[in-house]
Structure formats: structure tokens, C-alpha cells
Design a protein around this ligand. Sequence first.
Ligand SMILES: C[S@@+](CC[C@H](N)C(=O)[O-])C[C@H]1O[C@@H](n2cnc3c(N)ncnc32)[C@H](O)[C@@H]1O
Length: 255
Amino acid sequence: MPEIEIVLVAPIYEGNVGFAARVMKNFGFSRLVLIDPCPLGDEAKARASHAQDVLRNAEVCTIEDIFARSNIVIATTGTVSKSVCHSMRMPFYSPKELRERIKDIEGRIAILFGRENWGLNNEEVKRSDMICSIPTSEEYPILNLSHAVGVVCYELANLPLPGYALCPPQDMEYLYQHIDRYLDGIHHPKFKRENTLILIRRILGRCNLTVREASTLHGLLRRSEWHIDPKLLDRDKTGARNLRDPDSDEDDHLE
Ligand SMILES: C[S@@+](CC[C@H](N)C(=O)[O-])C[C@H]1O[C@@H](n2cnc3c(N)ncnc32)[C@H](O)[C@@H]1O
């Protein structure tokens, strides 16, 4: 069963933090994490009601800590940009679909909820493995922060046992670094690199790789490096490089 952490990124209103703690406890969740929170006082305590323990035990840490220790990081947003969705082929999962994707996993899952005034920033969304959006009225799609926490907790409550272990976050980072080196080896254009790596992170991020699967990919990359790199270098010397640009279609535009 995944270990789920509800992460509130820079919440502004202490009342929302209290309400989030309360609704988490309603659905059996206890791991509340706060990144750069507003001061928490009587208002937060009053809104938490019988979930004082969740509020009291909330951990304060940095967003870097979250990315370093979580097997999967899920960004939540009510603002679904069609251009990002289509051009980067990044599906937005509903909480119900998310449940299906994570239910068998053994590992640490962080679900990020954004600031009340402007949500999560681009960097936080880009680095996440998946994006979750609660289907809402088109007329008014943005939920109150604690209500969004409530809907997600409702859908993810009572996940079944047992699960399978995911590749640790540090090993996923090694894999992304290896892919980056491989892209160097095939002379992937530098100006496309950032978007390509984001795309790869998003594809692999939603695959829930195990250690064995990640190591198979390392092996394939090493073999490809032995075969492709010298040929590419030869072609470069003659000026006749004609390996197809792996990233040449127009879809790699990130907004
Ligand atoms: C009040 S909203 C932020 C509003 C901000 N103006 C924006 O456009 O993102 C606070 C947080 O609640 C969550 N949220 C709100 N509506 C959501 C929805 N429909 N689906 C998923 N999360 C939602 C997101 O984490 C969001 O960052």
C-alpha cells in the first residue's frame, strides 16, 4: 500500500490548513506536510476540530526534501491547459484514475496542493511525475484548497494491500541523468534538451518503474551508447550526419 503524504505548498490561510487536517483524518490520512506555511494559531486549531493530532504532527520541510524522498510526486491543479496536455502528451488524471494508477504501489507518494492565490508554480508542476485534476464545472473549476484535499482523500481512501516496490527516487534521478548523457552521445540539440527531459520524466514518471525495470533501461542505454556514439562521431567528421532527430516533430513545444 502506498504511503501517501498530503503536501500543502505555501498555504496562506491557517484556516485552510486546519480544514485540510480535518478532512484528511475523516478519510484515514495522517501525514500532513507543510512547505513554507503561514503562521498556524488558534484559527487552524479550531478548523482542525478533532484532527489536532494531524495538525500537531504536520511536518515542515522543503520542496526539495519532497522530490528527494518521494517515489512519486503528484501535482494537483484546477487549471488544465490544453496546450500542455496535448503538446507534451501529459494526461491529467482524475482522482479516480489516480487511484487506479497508484493502488498497487509500495512506496512514498506525495500529493502537492498549491497556494490559495496562484496554485503551484511551473517548476513544481514540471518536476512532478503526474498531474491530477478534479473534474469540476467549466464555469468555476477552482476548488477551495481544503475541499480539493477532501476530494482527493475521498478517492484514495482505503487502498488495498499488498503492493510492489518502486524504484527509489535517487535511482530515478540517476536514470534521468543517464538519459541526459545518452542525449549528449547522440548529439541531441541543446536547445531542445530541457523540454525533451521534461517529456521523458513525465513518460517514465507515470510508468511506476521498479528497480529491475530501471536497471534494464540503464542497460539498454549503455548498449546504445556503445553502438551509436562512434557512428555519430564518424558522420559528424564527414559532415554527413543523417541520424533522424528523435525530437523533430512539432509536438515538443512546452508552454
Ligand atoms: C484555490 S486553488 C489555487 C487557485 C489558483 N488561482 C490556480 O489557478 O491554481 C488551491 C489549490 O487547490 C487545488 N485545486 C483547486 N481546484 C482544483 C481542481 N479542480 N483539481 C485539482 N486541484 C485543485 C490545487 O492544488 C490548487 O493549487
